[in-house]
Design a binder for this molecule. Structure first.
Ligand SMILES: Cc1cc2nc3c(=O)[nH]c(=O)nc-3n(C[C@H](O)[C@H](O)[C@H](O)COP(=O)(O)OP(=O)(O)OC[C@H]3O[C@@H](n4cnc5c(N)ncnc54)[C@H](O)[C@@H]3O)c2cc1C
Length: 673
């Protein structure tokens, strides 16, 4: 198709946007990647994989049948592993778990396997479970075979009847000392394992969570390595019933599956025994400390934060570039149509989401850093920091997944009708991102765990205990130190968050206590306060994110121009969330109505100040067009031509008159003739 003047205009619009960049884009790219070397490494890996034609799709996944879609993603997933195993340079590049996450996750991973990688759970849950919960001997036995792809595993915890409530799982693993085996059994329909990714047709092994019985006693859920399929024929083993659970909202090539056991026997040594053991005679040896399992959970939840933030990066890149090329309506009657990014309401949809990307980044980095710092002391048996770290990772997982999912939906809305097209890629980004609200700890349940920690800390502080850093603000202070700072500086706004959240926690703690004092049992009182408790947890984690965002920008090793734009984003983040939740701040006296008026005026100023840098900011996310995979968000802005080209690929457009016309429509239309 010949380039129209409209197409030229779009490309010129983006060019003009880029020319007015006020900061150093590369500095932001390397800041987000974690350093110059990491950026180079990422780009190199992207080049190696994206230049490989095997990863190209002959047709859009949406046009394939359910089965063909799975086969196509499996083809690419297997090629990915072969490529990895056969090429030493790639192994060096991608060698660590970090790199594997890149190949599987929402960075490069989404360009290689668009609709869910059937092997993802193998790398993201199966292998980490063996590493985290297996003894050194067990790691030696399984990890080599797992790395090479000789065996493929998944992680099977959730059942039809129970997801959140781990202790409610019904699958049993009963030890038989006469054969030194565990007998796995699914006693009811609700005990059927349901949801594990890759379980339906891909995996031949799984780490299965089952209630451990030995010598007639139940010791609660434990992880077992279980072979599910024959290693030669790939057929389900006797005593194992397996299948796929059917179409989902998204990620339909992850072949999420179901699994039932009928008295299926496995060797005793297949219980992952790093923490607890069953001896040959059936003696149960309990773990030295049940907090040890927290470590793996922190790891997985922080990984989810990074994943969801990358999804938001992609969505907001699409929305921002599209908003810079899309012209609509009139701002001033009779004048040319402006870019929709000129509308303040459009800026209000998009710019806070760019800020959110940085907020999640800095907060997740901080939790990750703490996790790495304390990992050493965990091994030395010092587990003091684990509950705090665990709470932060639960809260941040919930905050990042819900902010990202809501943000992606806002991006879709900001693109008007075209955002609803599959070729915009926003629908797929949304369905993938929103899943993270549910898996690895459903968000409401995560919020209530955070709240439990807050209430516990609040009560401990009243008893004179010293609190950990993230909740130290709950320690009672002399009234004078609560005096409001009215200058509305960044520090003052963070302080306002602190006052608001400690007020909320104090209020709900008093309500909880009041209900207990009036005779309600604690659990019922807790449930009766849980909406407010979840709210406290959300404000607490938002406060943590604001604090980390601010200190992250202050500490970043960047030029003053770059720090300037980051500071404006941080300020926008603070102001946006204060205005959006002003009740919390007014009620606690942290801010006054007149402060709100001032902040609302400032919000408008911030949107206007950030608008010229919007395109450059998303450019600095450095997302390859193949990873973006969007007609609306491509680098060159040639949106309309790409949309047309994509539409032409629809199977319905391969014939002017489809067969269905002759079969159904024509007989109806001609019936009266
Ligand atoms: C895309 C996807 C992939 C998945 N992959 C896997 C996998 O690989 N392996 C695996 O084992 N599982 C997997 N799961 C399952 C997932 O872990 C569970 O769905 C999740 O833990 C929630 O459990 P549930 O579905 O039983 O929901 P429920 O726990 O039944 O929750 C339903 C509702 O009840 C509320 N609720 C539950 N308990 C409480 C409480 N104590 N207090 C207040 N409210 C409560 C929740 O907030 C929610 O609103 C996957 C799920 C999805 C969607």
């Amino acid at each position: 198709m010949a380039k129209t003047s409209e197409n030229h205009q779009c490309m010129d619009d983006l060019k003009a946007e880029r020319e007015r960049c006020s900061f150093n884009k590369h500095e932001i790219t390397t800041l987000l990647d974690g350093g110059e070397d990491k950026t180079k490494q990422r780009r190199k890996i992207e080049k190696v994989f994206l230049s490989d034609p095997e990863f190209l799709d002959a047709t859009r996944p949406e046009y394939l049948s359910h089965e063909d879609r799975y086969a196509n993603e499996l083809r690419k997933a297997c090629h990915m592993i072969r490529k990895f195993n056969e090429d030493e340079e790639i192994q060096q590049l991608v060698g660590q778990m970090d790199g594997i996450r890149t190949l599987m996750g929402s960075g490069l991973g989404v360009a290689l396997t668009k609709d869910g990688n059937p092997l993802a759970l193998h790398f993201i849950m199966f292998m980490p479970s063996i590493m985290g919960q297996g003894t050194v001997e067990q790691q030696g036995e399984w990890m080599g075979r797992a790395w090479s792809g000789e065996i493929i595993g998944t992680y099977a915890q959730t059942e039809l009847g129970h997801g959140t409530f781990l202790r409610g799982l019904e699958t049993t693993a009963t030890y038989d000392p006469s054969t030194e085996e565990f007998v796995l059994h699914s006693p009811t329909i609700t005990s059927t394992k349901w949801w594990p990714g890759g379980l339906g047709k891909t995996a031949n092994y799984a780490v299965v969570m089952a209630q451990l019985y030995t010598r007639g006693r139940c010791h609660g859920p434990h992880p077992f390595i279980v072979q599910l399929r024959d290693e030669e024929t790939h057929q389900s083993l006797p005593g194992v019933t397996l299948g796929e659970i059917g179409p989902r909202l998204g990620m339909n090539t992850n072949d999420n599956g179901f699994l039932c056991f009928s008295h299926h026997r496995i060797p005793r040594t297949h219980l992952l025994m790093k923490h607890s053991q069953v001896l040959q005679d059936g003696t149960y040896v309990r773990p030295a400390n049940d907090k040890l399992a927290y470590g793996t959970m922190v790891f997985v939840r922080v990984a989810i934060c990074f994943d969801t933030y990358r999804q938001l990066q992609r969505a907001v890149t699409i929305a921002t570039r599209y908003s810079a090329i899309r012209r609509q309506s009139e701002l001033v009657p009779g004048q040319p149509e402006p870019q929709i990014l000129e509308y303040q309401t459009q800026q209000y949809k998009i710019l806070p989401l760019i800020a959110t990307v940085f907020g999640i980044h800095f907060a997740a980095q901080s939790v990750w850093q703490t996790y790495n710092d304390v990992t050493g002391s965990i091994h030395d048996g010092n587990l003091d920091l684990l509950p705090e770290l665990h709470t932060l990772s639960c809260g941040l997982k919930a905050l990042s997944s819900s902010d990202a999912a809501n943000g992606v939906e806002t991006c879709r809305l900001s693109c008007g009708g075209h955002g609803y097209l599959a070729s915009s890629n926003l629908p797929r980004i949304y369905t993938t991102t929103t899943a993270a609200i549910t898996y690895e700890g459903e968000n409401t349940v995560m919020w209530l765990q955070v709240a439990r920690y807050l209430i516990k800390s609040f009560r401990e502080a009243r008893q004179g205990h010293r609190l950990h850093h993230s909740v130290s603000y709950l320690t009672p202070r002399p009234a004078s130190t609560h005096a409001l700072q009215t200058n509305l500086s960044n520090a003052a706004l963070v302080e306002a968050f602190r006052v608001a959240v400690s007020h909320l926690v104090g209020e709900v703690a008093a309500r909880l206590q009041g209900q207990c004092d009036s005779g309600m049992v604690f659990e019922h009182a807790w449930n009766a306060c849980s909406v407010q408790l979840a709210r406290c947890a959300q404000v607490h984690i938002r406060y943590f994110t604001c604090e980390e965002f601010l200190s992250g920008v202050e500490k970043a090793e960047v030029s003053e121009a770059t720090r300037g734009v980051l500071m404006r984003l941080c300020r926008l983040y603070l102001v946006f969330h204060i205005i959006g939740n002003q009740g919390d701040f007014l009620r606690s006296g942290a801010l006054t109505p007149s402060d709100m008026t001032t902040l609302e005026e400032e919000l408008a100023t911030l949107l206007a100040a950030l608008r010229p840098d919007a395109v450059s900011l998303v450019d600095s996310f450095d997302i390859h067009d193949r990873i973006l995979d969007s007609t609306l968000g491509c680098w060159d802005g040639n949106v309309y031509e790409r949309m047309f080209e994509e539409a032409k690929k629809s199977p319905l457009n391969q014939k002017d008159v489809p067969d269905a016309y002759y079969k159904y429509l024509r007989p109806l239309m001609k019936a009266s003739l």
